[in-house]
Write a protein that binds this ligand. Structure first.
Ligand code: NAP
Length: 277
């Protein structure tokens, strides 16, 4: 009998108990009958590099990285993809056989794939996108929307300078709106994205006026707890096509899983159910 090595992967954050990645990867390992384990690890910032350098020696083939380590890991990695450099953060590491740590960012892939796979006929070229928020997740969303062919991004953030910083970095296809005028972006937008934490369980509600939303616009929310945020409920009532944020979380996990465990997983209703358990 041939014994195959068991691949180990996991997710590092601080804290880590909230992460849904163990359920997602665990579900795929089980349903695909693969020999592997995916473990959550709570690692303090000061210990991150030591832990990352040790894990390959313990049989780990890669790691997901979550808050607060996504930016720091760019400095630690030996090889960083262009898109991770552009975004300034990585969420997926591959421990190469030559000992080098390879860092990538799959959040933007997950974001776009979620819209493309929702069966709503999303056309990024249909018109400008309106984006609420300019935090960490927003950087990946901006990069992926531009890449997908959105002609212009209208962006508004409570702290205006953060939106202006994105405009400086990503260029003329971004137009900044004051937070008090965020509602004005809606009447121009074919795609609307909430990248703030507003509307999430335990956070304040999103109070941006939505009466300018265009019928037929595609509206998505990065917040996935609750799954149907007030933004999505209002957008549905106004005849928009809506996509919840859980799919982004599922699709961003696909490239890492494939690299580590050697098989491409499918995102389906069973994966969604596993993530929500
Ligand atoms: P972050 O870096 O902390 O950014 C938070 C954003 O929310 C900033 O734009 C911030 O504005 C805004 N915000 C927070 N409180 C606000 C308030 N009271 N009023 C107005 N704006 C407020 O967080 P992040 O990592 O970008 O994550 C943002 C959200 O996306 C979270 O809910 C996270 O769970 C979700 N997310 C989902 C996925 C997914 O796969 N679906 C992936 C990544 C993130 P300021 O700049 O003014 O503070």
């Amino acid at each position: 009998m041939t014994l195959h090595p068991i691949s180990l992967a996991g997710v590092i954050g601080h804290p880590i108990a909230h992460s849904k990645s163990p359920q997602i990867h665990g579900h795929w390992l089980k349903t695909m009958g693969l020999a592997g384990h995916y473990v959550p690890m709570d690692v303090a910032p000061d210990d991150l590099e030591t832990v990352l350098r040790s894990l390959p020696k313990a049989g780990f083939v890669g790691i997901n990285i979550t808050i607060p380590h996504k930016e720091k890991v760019i400095e630690i990695a030996d090889l960083v993809t262009d898109r991770a450099i552009l975004i300034g953060a990585a969420n997926t590491l591959i421990f190469r056989k030559d000992g080098k740590i390879h860092a990538d960012n799959t959040d933007g892939y997950g974001f776009v794939k979620n819209l493309q796979s929702a069966g709503i006929g999303w056309n990024p070229g249909a018109g400008p996108a309106a984006m609420l928020g300019a935090g960490g997740a927003a950087r990946a969303v901006v990069a992926s929307l531009l890449d997908a062919g959105v002609p212009e991004i209208l962006i508004s953030n409570r702290t205006r300078v953060r939106a202006e910083a994105l405009q400086q970095e990503f260029g003329k296809r971004l137009r900044v709106f004051d937070w008090v005028q965020a509602g004005n972006m809606m009447e121009y937008a074919a795609t609307v994205v909430n990248t703030t934490s507003l509307g999430m369980l335990g956070k304040p509600p999103l109070r941006v006026p939505l009466d300018g939303l265009q019928k037929g616009a595609v509206v998505t929310d990065l917040v996935y707890a609750p799954l149907k945020t007030n933004l999505l409920l209002t957008a549905e009532e106004m005849g928009c096509r809506t996509v919840d944020g859980l799919g982004m979380l599922l699709y961003q996990a696909v490239p890492g899983f494939e690299r580590w465990f050697g098989a491409r997983p499918t995102v389906d209703s069973a994966t969604r159910a596993a993530a929500l358990r």
